[in-house]
Design a protein around this ligand. Structure first.
Ligand code: KG4
Ligand code: ZN
Length: 341
């Protein structure tokens, strides 16, 4: 079964074809990031207009890449119907509905978060039951995935999402939007400068004398909070002279991301004990973070644990993950709505 999916929930216009929920045939992602950069964030009205301009080309590029036509090769159309920016979602949903109607194909609306989970199934044999840490710009959740279609959120952030915290701290460090990947790169400079690559783990690095140290947020249960950590970086900036702040930017970035990694890891370890699930997957843009990956690989070792992160191209928003998720869900009629939250 070959599914053509469309994803337009935020600032990426994407189309992809995936076979049987596992095999990636073609994926095209056109990012609007550069267009929003000068505003320091995504402007919703502009985002929907850019999706409208890009969607036809993205779809035809995807089909050309796969050397396929909808009429003869595609079995169903899938589309993200939420959560996301309403105007942006509408562009994708209307394109998908039009194609489904025109070619008489079934249409499958997909929750964006179910997509991030399903990114892990592409090119792998990973199966539920498992625990998914979803860490993106809008979400930080621990999801117990009992089956392909049955999931429960067992922990989540009470304030900022992890990606949002990365983006806000990156702004304090004068890095361009979206700051997460830039902050990650800056932090790695500190590792190189200080020879810290010889430190055995993220935890020893977090405490190493050259590092700044931030307190791991104190949250009970399986919930997260990032606003205190973000404020701690702001207070540090206020306290340090501009010269020292400038000199130590990379070290501060490193300390921040190691603290986030440690916090995420500790919560997942707790969730694993509580649920008895020891298959762990990480989804969403922050899954691309080097400190997070390092901490999880070190902390969750075979044979007791299995930990998996999708390749970078599948961590951030894309349509392949939507096609992979759609494989497990039932088609809908054309009347479905989009939802922002
Ligand atoms: O999943 P995603 O592409 O979009 C949604 O929010 O749904 O995630 C984007 C977020 C942004 O906040 C971005 O800064 C963050 O993921 N991100 C990273 C890295 N790459 C992307 N954060 C930390 N380190 C990275 N390497
Ligand atoms: Zn996303």
């Amino acid at each position: 079964m070959k599914i053509l999916a469309i994803e337009t929930s935020c600032d990426e216009t994407a189309a992809a074809i995936v076979k049987d929920g596992r095999e990636l045939i073609a994926s095209v992602v056109v990012s609007q990031i550069e267009k929003h950069q000068k505003w320091g964030g995504v402007i919703p009205e502009m985002a929907s207009r850019f999706h409208l301009e890009a969607i036809d080309q993205v779809l035809s590029d995807c089909l050309a890449k796969a050397k396929m036509t909808i009429e003869t090769d595609i079995d169903a159309i899938a589309v993200t119907n939420g959560p996301g920016l309403t105007g942006s979602l509408l562009v994708g949903a209307n394109a998908a509905k039009t194609l489904a109607w025109l070619y008489s194909k079934p249409i499958i609306p997909v929750n964006h978060l179910a997509g991030h989970i399903a990114a892990n199934y592409i090119g792998t044999e990973i199966k539920p039951p498992l625990l998914c840490l979803l860490v993106s710009g809008g979400h930080t959740q621990i999801i117990r995935v009992d089956s392909y279609t049955s999931v429960e959120v067992i922990g989540e952030t009470v304030d900022d999402a992890a990606g949002e915290a990365f983006d806000k701290v990156a702004r304090l460090l004068d890095l361009p939007y979206p700051g997460g990947p830039h902050l990650d790169k800056l932090a790695q400079e500190a590792l190189i400068i200080e020879g810290a690559l010889t430190h055995e783990s993220a935890e020893t690095c977090r405490k190493a004398p050259f590092c700044y140290e931030f307190k791991i947020p104190d949250m009970s249960g399986l919930d997260f909070s990032f606003s205190g950590l973000k404020t701690a970086v702001l207070r540090l900036k206020e306290k340090l002279s501009a010269d020292i702040w400038q000199r130590d930017r990379a070290k501060i970035a490193l300390a921040f991301q190691n603290t986030v990694a440690e916090f995420l890891f500790a919560k997942l370890a707790k969730a694993s004990v509580e649920t008895g699930y020891n298959n762990i997957i990480i989804a969403g843009g922050v899954a691309a973070n080097s400190a997070v990956r390092k901490r999880f690989s070190e902390g969750f070792k075979a044979p007791d644990y299995q930990v998996y992160y999708p390749p970078l191209s599948l961590c951030t928003d894309n349509a392949a993950m939507i096609a992979a998720a759609a494989y497990h869900f039932k088609p809908s009629d054309l009347g479905f709505e989009v939802f922002s939250r």
